[in-house]
Design a protein around this ligand. Sequence first.
Ligand SMILES: CSCC[C@H](NC=O)C(=O)N[C@@H](CC(C)C)C(=O)N[C@@H](Cc1ccccc1)C(=O)O
Length: 624
Amino acid sequence: NTSSENQTTEPVVKTYTIDQFMNTTSITGSDFSPDNSKILYSSNQTGVYNAFEVPVTGGEPRQLTNSTDNSVFVISYFPKDERILYSSDKGGNEITHLYMRSPDGTVKNLTPEPEAKASFAGWSHDQSSFFFLSNKRDPKYFDLYEMDLQTLTPKLVMKNEQGLDVAAISRDKKHIALVKSINTNSSDMYLYNMETKQLKKLTDHKEDIKYAPETFTPDNRQLYFLTDEGGEFMELKSYDLATGNISNVEKADWDIMYTYFSRDGKYRVTAINNDARTEVKVYDTATGKQIQLPDVPAGDITGVNFSDDENMMAFYVNSPTSSSNLYVHDFEDKETKQLTNTMNPDINQEDLVKTEVVRYKSYDGMEIPALLMKPKSAGPKNKVPAVLWIHGGPGGQTRLNYSPLMQYLVNHGYAVLAVNNRGSSGYGKTFFAADDQKHGDVDLKDVIEAKKYLASTGYVAEDKIGIMGGSYGGYMVLAGLAFTPDEFAVGVNLFGVANWLRTLKSIPPYWESFREALYKEMGNPETDSAALYNKSPLFFAHQIKKPLMVLQGANDPRVLKVESDEIVEAVKKNNVPVEYVVFDDEGHGFVKKENQIEGYSAILAFLDTYLKGKPTPANSGSQK
Ligand SMILES: CSCC[C@H](NC=O)C(=O)N[C@@H](CC(C)C)C(=O)N[C@@H](Cc1ccccc1)C(=O)O
């Protein structure tokens, strides 16, 4: 980087507090009201997510729900009236229920079975009902139900006794497309006929191929599906229900992530994972041509949603330097309006840093993609400490999104390199499978090599590189500290796996359809116990000698709190600094703003102490 090489004086960058960073609002979801005058969305403006609606002409949003504890995630308005449907769990326990809010503010739990998890599966095209999945009959499997909107009584439409996952329902309610995971690199597609109750397997293959049903065509004649058959990336094909013929629909140089049609099929949306950026294409299905997307600020367009009359399109725009904002485009008058302004006005976007996609060679020559954020003050004369960020998984990917935590760390003088180590999704099936059964080994080596890359930038202090990550990424933090104790100066583990034997034995019952696939990738706790023991940092905690911070949600159903309790206790025995922050009202990830503020500022204080040598924080660990 020439500008940093020539730098002699440090540019003046305003630093912001965590409160200022978190005073930016996160919003998600969108649906047009039945009269197309408003858009429904979820916002964490009040500290937890609540339902809001905003006029399509712009103006003040109106808050519809008043939750102060559990987040409310909107699904949609009812098709013909302004009742809304939303999903919520309790303190992050992931036992989601479906709720109906009426315009008078009253709320009804439509899936009241306390232990059962329910999720929305789409409105029926005739707008008389909606479909949902629930494991109330058998905790292991999700059956498909249809809820009549008049009576609000659910009817079982497909009993799922074979560990299948519902992927799409045809508009004529005759067919359900399902997927069955074989392993994390391979799956099959099935078609269930709701009239004959026959289940038909559509795919037959010996080698690893992923088949993922996406949507039925609006005329109900074809099933669109994604597959990596014959190539590295997921491409879109169609299966003709009458003939069984398969045709190619769309292909890119990267994975196609998803595709769907507007209500009457005038438009089709495709999203491509283009080197960690979301590239959206909208097709006019009559001409087959792509429509020109509205002129909006630089960033990724996501969450595209059409009004039922197909005259308007709602979408989000976000970039690494700008939080998501909701827009609406009117196809008739060709006007585009920004409906929200989520960024804290105190923050000057010029003070934030852009994210650069970089690549480096790993120990065996494999090219590893990563996302780099360089503090404005960094240069050869001002070498800065750095943090390697490792994403969740197995098989996740850090994408080019706005991250208040990353911007906060960079704003406070840390370079951040988010490593998409081998095993990450988005870079082809060979790269994705390259960590199978080699977790905590080859992927960790990629992360260690990332340090050399950071050193090569000329502006990072090589002895001040920490490792931080969430969930599977938290496992990598612990693995890095335990298996390569001299490589990283500090570790920040957010709800990471410490003991794979226990985690894999205690996965939630509703992951049953994915259990075998997960065991094939990670190892089976009954038959591969020695290998799992050897890759579990808990059993090697005595080797950890660098400062460790652990953050954990008490209600996490995926990585149980005991994982963090035990690693904290074990590492404390080494007389190593250990800080432990537990949030009693969070699950697998922290969604409440006050917790994010507490957790993220504790992370900065920890890094400042052990990477920058600032005085030790007074409070070394908390329980909320
Ligand atoms: C945040 S990317 C996670 C992508 C991954 N996809 C498929 O494997 C995923 O969803 N992982 C789930 C576990 C999976 C559904 C079995 C997950 O919660 N991963 C945790 C780590 C973990 C892995 C296995 C068992 C418990 C926890 C994570 O978020 O990294």
